[in-house]
Design a binder for this molecule. Structure first.
Ligand code: PMP
Ligand code: GLU
Length: 396
């Protein structure tokens, strides 16, 4: 009998980040001492003042269905956040709150893409972009970048990737998985290309905005002259406030796109969780410096990871400027046999590290870059030191 499941799901890949996290959990349950550097999830607790707001919301009987696009108070807090942090002026009909930025992205793809529409994805891109695009009948068009250019797409590369079928460009800055940041002038140069094509829209995923180790202010594509009406700004609280499980993300977008997302969400999940939304009002109204202690710690860990990896032959790294990942090029191991196992590609290498070093990482293939692996340093310094010590032992 042929598989009764839909072609849609059969053609979709499993999220490599979540699959690796599940595999690590499974091996731990078997008693193996796995160090997880695979999942992009802050290892901090949600700050107390946010937890208190959630407890208050429960006691205040916030238990009913929420407006599909989010509580008005939350949308106002998001508007203020966009003004305060990004100099962007959105209005209430331009904001939609969703169950995580992942749902925001899925909404946008489903309301914007028709069969065969092309979506340019500078590589490496966040793992779910290409499957979300394909799920909605879009065609991902990968633009290859390399570690030598800090994994950034140039205006020339963007221009060369555009065809009459191009509908959108999706990117994250700070980037998951490379940690690269596009500066204001780099965004302006990309925008010069995009402005020549009135029918191309941009998804600017800024969920790592606050995890920025540079003196450069965060740059938002929607703030570039002429781009506001062509850009969907995606953001959320998972990373900056250590709230991954609370599941709140949001967009600021042209109102006709926001209205369409609202309509879509109304038939799929309805409004996001009531308690989480109340807590996020408090989170977004706070000064962003309340999470500086997490960012300071991530920076110490980034430097630690880079220092330790620099002492292993065969790992080539750039210096990530944001987010909490390093994305070393490990292609020098391809074709080698280590402990009787032949490493042909990044997936073999990542599996080798899991089996021999008991360290979970994610293959670069999942992010559209076959030469690299991703290590998340959202783990304690002791775990990082031990993990990289084990990696060194099994590769040298
Ligand atoms: N975008 C990027 C770049 C991410 O790394 C993540 C990771 N979770 C998301 C979006 C989705 O975030 P969430 O659904 O937790 O808000
Ligand atoms: N964004 C995180 C990551 O890239 C969480 C996992 C996920 O949502 O896929 O690891």
């Amino acid at each position: 009998m042929s598989n009764p499941l839909s072609d849609r799901i059969l053609n979709m890949s499993t999220s490599a980040t979540l699959a690796m996290a599940a595999k690590a959990r499974e091996l731990r349950a078997e008693g193996k001492d796995i160090i997880g550097l695979s999942l992009g999830e802050p290892d901090f607790n949600t700050p107390d003042f946010i937890k208190d707001a959630a407890i208050q919301a429960i006691n205040d009987n916030y238990n009913g269905y929420t407006p599909v696009d989010g509580y008005q108070e939350l949308k106002e807090a998001i508007i203020n956040k966009f003004k305060r942090d990004n100099k962007l002026t959105y209005t209430l009909p331009q904001i939609v709150v969703s169950t995580g930025a992942k749902q925001s992205l899925a909404n946008v793809a489903s309301v914007m893409l028709n069969k065969g529409d092309e979506v340019i994805l500078p590589c490496p891109y966040w793992v779910s972009y290409s499957d979300i695009v394909r799920l909605n009948d879009g065609v991902p068009v990968e633009v290859k970048t390399s570690i030598d250019t800090d994994f950034k797409m140039t205006p020339e590369q963007l221009e060369a990737a555009i065809t009459p079928k191009t509908k959108m460009v999706w990117f994250s800055s700070p980037c998951n998985p490379s940690g690269s940041l596009y500066s204001q002038s780099e965004l302006e140069a990309l925008a010069e290309v995009l402005k020549k094509h009135s029918n191309i829209f941009v998804v600017s995923d800024e969920i790592y905005e606050h995890i920025n180790y540079t003196d450069k202010p965060h740059a938002s594509m929607a703030s570039v002259d002429g781009m506001f009406d062509k850009t969907i700004t995606v953001n959320g609280v998972s990373k900056a406030f250590a709230m991954t499980g609370w599941r709140i993300g949001y967009i600021g977008a042209p109102d006709w796109i926001a209205r369409a997302c609202n309509k879509m969400q109304g038939q799929i999940t309805s409004g996001a969780n009531c308690i989480a939304q109340r807590a996020v009002i408090t989170a977004l109204n706070a000064d962003p410096s309340v999470v500086d202690y997490m960012i300071d710690e991530f920076k110490v860990r980034r430097d630690l990871v880079l220092d330790l990896l620099s002492k292993i032959d065969g790992f080539k790294t750039n210096t990530p400027e944001g987010a909490f990942y390093v994305f070393p090029d490990v292609s020098s191991f391809f074709g080698k046999t280590l402990r009787g196992k032949t490493i042909n590609n990044a997936t073999d290498f990542s599996l080798y590290l899991l089996e021999e070093a008991l360290v979970a990482t994610v293959t670069g293939d999942a992010f559209g870059n076959p030469n690299c692996i991703r290590l998340s340093y959202a783990a304690s310094q002791n775990e990082i030191i031990e993990a990289i010590k084990r990696i060194k032992e099994v590769v040298n």
